[in-house]
Design a protein around this ligand. Sequence first.
Ligand code: AMP
Length: 222
Amino acid sequence: MKNIIFLAVQGAGKGTFAKLLKEEYGYTHISTGDILRERASVGDELGNEIKNLIDNGVFVSDDIIYQAIEYKITQPECENGYILDGFPRNLEQAKGYDKILEKLGKELGVVINLVIPDEILKQRIIGRRICADCGAIYNIYDKALQPRVEGKCDKCEGDIYQRADDNEESMKKRVDTYYKVTEPIIDYYKQQGVLKTVNSNRKIEETLNEIKEILESEDVDN
Ligand code: AMP
């Protein structure tokens, strides 16, 4: 399968669809946010520095990100396709990624741009809850996505938490930053003819089906 870059403001559903595509096609999900949060949890000097940046919605340095990406995409689990979630985050990172791919002799694949109105986004981010044990994603404001028992995961009974940066202030910063620096990537990939725009403000299966059609038709094309 083709590698995928999910391009979308945080909360538009990248994490959810990455998980579903992993189940359906065996893609490896690479979330730079998850990689950084794991590194931050070590609690050493670099970890604390990263934690501070994340909690304030500020970007971590490109060098740290490039090293993590190059390491991840050359691991055996990525041979059958991977999904990038949270990277590239700006035009500079998109160009940096092209260089990494060229060096490794790998193809870019397809870029999926998930779009969603701002007011829906706010509800999704502030209501988002995550299982600490299995990573399942819930939303306390959406009946279809609420956990059956408050604070507990339906799948593994693990504790459910809210990310420290899923608050209104951090969200506003992240959304503003996104529109300012990430949107130019859309034009960059449009020019390369690899961009597909998908409406993410629908039932999960509807959005998923459209993504699957894109992946399947892309496969036929190649
Ligand atoms: P996310 O889980 O994708 O929302 O990322 C959480 C935080 O991790 C972001 O607000 C940034 O501080 C940091 N981060 C994630 N991906 C990147 C990236 N590609 N470049 C720089 N910082 C990143």
